[in-house]
Design a protein around this ligand. Sequence first.
Ligand code: NAD
Ligand code: USQ
Length: 404
Amino acid sequence: SLDGSSRSSKAKRAMIIGGDGYCGWATALHLSKKGYEVAIVDNLVRRLFDHQLGLDSLTPISSIHNRIRCWKSLTGQTIELFIGDICDFEFLAETFKSFEPDAVVHFGEQRSAPYSMIDRSRAVFTQHNNVIGTLNVLFAIKEFREDCHLVKLGTMGEYGTPNIDIEEGFITITHNGRTDTLPYPKQASSFYHLSKVHDSHNIAFTCKAWGIRATDLNQGVVYGLRTDETAMHEELYNRFDYDGVFGTALNRFCVQAAVGHPLTVYGKGGQTRGYLDIRDTVQCVELAIANPANPGEFRVFNQFTEQFSVNELAALVTKAGQKLGLDVQTISVPNPRVEAEEHYYNAKHTKLVELGLKPYLLSDSLIDSLLNFAIKYKDRVDTKQIMPSVSWRKIGVKPRTITA
Ligand code: NAD
Ligand code: USQ
């Protein structure tokens, strides 16, 4: 079932940083299935955050070691594993020298906006972990693997919610009679989202200064659970976060509906974002690797397939839940974040489609299957973890313990 021969590029060796996480695990398996030599680099810090905050995935997940063993026994494919922190440059350098990647897909960051807003120490951790980790990756490429293509996970949240259309990375502006194409203005709204802005600047600079080839994937909110590969065996199941710190909008609503918790719309619910199915995350990354940026080129793709407001998502889940006989209610929760609750939103997302992306648009059947999954694992849900517990306004220097 390997179809690697149809790839348009010669990239064969893909290093997946953050390959034990939600997007990274699905991507590592997908690329392995497609015939790439895959290595996972991860320090498992995400599993530690769960322990520290008392959270758990809806789905039971196996250790990374068992996951990789299971994959090998099902497919014969080996995935190399490097356990360590990319902020430790000596460790990262060893992984580069040992694996010699043609493409590095970098998912390995602290990715929760609420986590970054818990207290000073988590804000500092998030920016240090993300910015220094990415800087180290850039230095490792320069030092050991100049031609390697960096595929970096950014976020649509780098742009914020401006009152004009959002372009893919760059905007052409005429000012006092002169015209230039400039980086699109960034207005991120959490210390996490800001870490991605800082990363983008560092990457763009090193493309110019050192000739690094890079693709910044400004991904929207990901939903869904199964991909063809993670569905092959229970030991390959992906994580599914529903708690108030790591859970994201649509995934949370499906679990809330399944356990009879009212859907938690923050504030007015007009907050509109780009969304995509996790099956499209893996497809987009594969497309980016197969069509690499040129040396010195800093490419930006907006990686989402559809826009929804939180109210629209709540309405879709309510309708799907009613069909399954669930009594789905919605409440308006005082917004713990500082963000626009009614705003213009129109973001371009054509570059990945031009490369061949065939999106899985959000369908009733997908929501149905997510609801059924959530019902199946209902007994694992800790309803105390559902309400948001982190306030943007109350962040301070005092170390906080998060309990609902
Ligand atoms: P995740 O938390 O499930 O996975 C991240 C992985 O990176 C974890 O396994 C963690 O242990 C690892 N990691 C973190 N810091 C590391 C370090 N210093 N060294 C080594 N490994 C480290 O997150 P995810 O949902 O899979 O997101 C992956 C990437 O995609 C992130 O960069 C995130 O910002 C981006 N993204 C995610 C979403 C989403 O909805 N999940 C949307 C847009 C963008
Ligand atoms: N929201 C609710 N109710 C909830 C959860 C969220 O109304 O129960 C609202 C939020 O206030 C926000 C929107 O839904 O307006 C999206 O929130 P989210 O938690 O689903 O997503 P976000 O915090 O933006 O972060 C997630 C990922 C992050 C990624 C980002 C992509 O955790 O890693 O970068 O999505 S984007 O949103 O495009 O920036």
